[in-house]
Design a protein around this ligand. Sequence first.
Ligand code: AMP
Ligand code: GLY
Length: 435
Amino acid sequence: MKKVLVIGGGGREHAIVDAVSRSPQVGKIYCAPGNAGIAQQAECVAIKDTDVEGLRDFALENGIDLTVVGPEVALAAGVVDAFKAAGLRIFGPSKAAATIEASKDFAKQLMAKYNIPTAAFETFEDYGSALEYVKKGSFPVVLKYDGLAAGKGVVIPETLEEADETLKDMLLDDKFGKGKVVVEEFLTGPEFSFMCFVDGLDVYPMTLSQDHKRAYEGDKGPNTGGMGAYSPVPIITDEDLEFSLEHVMKPTAAAMVAEGCPFTGVLYGGLMKTPQGPKVIEFNCRFGDPETEVVLPRLLTDIYDVFSAVADHTPMPQLEWSKEVTMGFVMASKGYPGSYDKGFPIDIPEEISPLPSVGRNDNALCRPEGRSDVRIYHMGTSFKDGKFYTSGGRVLMVVGFGADLQQAHDKALAAVESIKCDNLFYRRDIGWRVL
Ligand code: AMP
Ligand code: GLY
């Protein structure tokens, strides 16, 4: 039986652990650092996701057969390069390939060079020139900090004053860190997340999902890491999908090979269906969070084989997806994505509480019999004296399953409403575009 290490400790990693736990080949799962929910399905080890040497040594000492990397910070820290140098099997892109997410400017230059459809843009290091450029353009305008910012480095000012303030934050006061700013044309249309398994030139699409980036109902408020998601996305036609695969994802994979940094792992296309067709809003170099929590539960293929095919550059098994659909609501700490308090007790009713111990089951779907319609992925929780507590900005992702999205929505929402905690909020309008 195989031993798998999953790096990371959020809802995405919980969903990865859950998917791996369904593989009949896997006998032991570790997660570093994991969280209180993950601890019910894997052995959590207290190593930080950016402690590259610590992770590598753990994998060597414990005979890990395959490591799967969740967070971008671990990839940008070079965890894949270090594992490979030590002869370890690992799923994820090299540090060089992870630049497609770590630098917005790199991604935009790549798209410009290889004619991949995206918003018009200009990059600035200097506050004065950026402000001059913004003054000449129209509003709203899109300002993107060049480096990693946990989904919070994008601001869309409606006025020149607001834009000026943001540019000061980004370029004079280094509030996001030291870095450049990409100024982008504002596009309109529904967004969708197109994640593909990529091995060099080979691109294997996953089923589509849609995130909800804004903090509050009606798509209002600040951008977050994501407040809810569903899969599939009926407003995206087969034609849109075909276009996005042939004109975005495949050419991007080819561009990365041509640039000398072939991509292996999950390439995440954050796309917008504009009146002119799908265009790229951003690329990520890993699974999306919370998209993974609605996509992986629908994967029927043994995920150990899928990860292995990419890690070993061997043929990919046919990816099969459940007809049952998913919708999930994020429950976040009041104040998120700004500052928030932690340590509030969470009451999760027994009938929807997560699986005890390793959740392997032989159902085609990830759900154990008798608890057929809800799955809770922990994003930021801790556990003490028999109780879960909030320990992060995003705390739980509550996923409902159904024959259609309305059913999945209703099941998830009912579960969300049954969870009691004094310091959590959520959006009730997840899925509004399709319901
Ligand atoms: P990003 O981190 O680049 O995905 O941006 C976060 C969010 O900002 C996206 O999900 C969009 O909702 C919005 N956004 C980013 N770029 C644009 C754009 N060019 N036009 C309109 N909205 C955008
Ligand atoms: N949910 C968007 C992301 O993972 O970046």
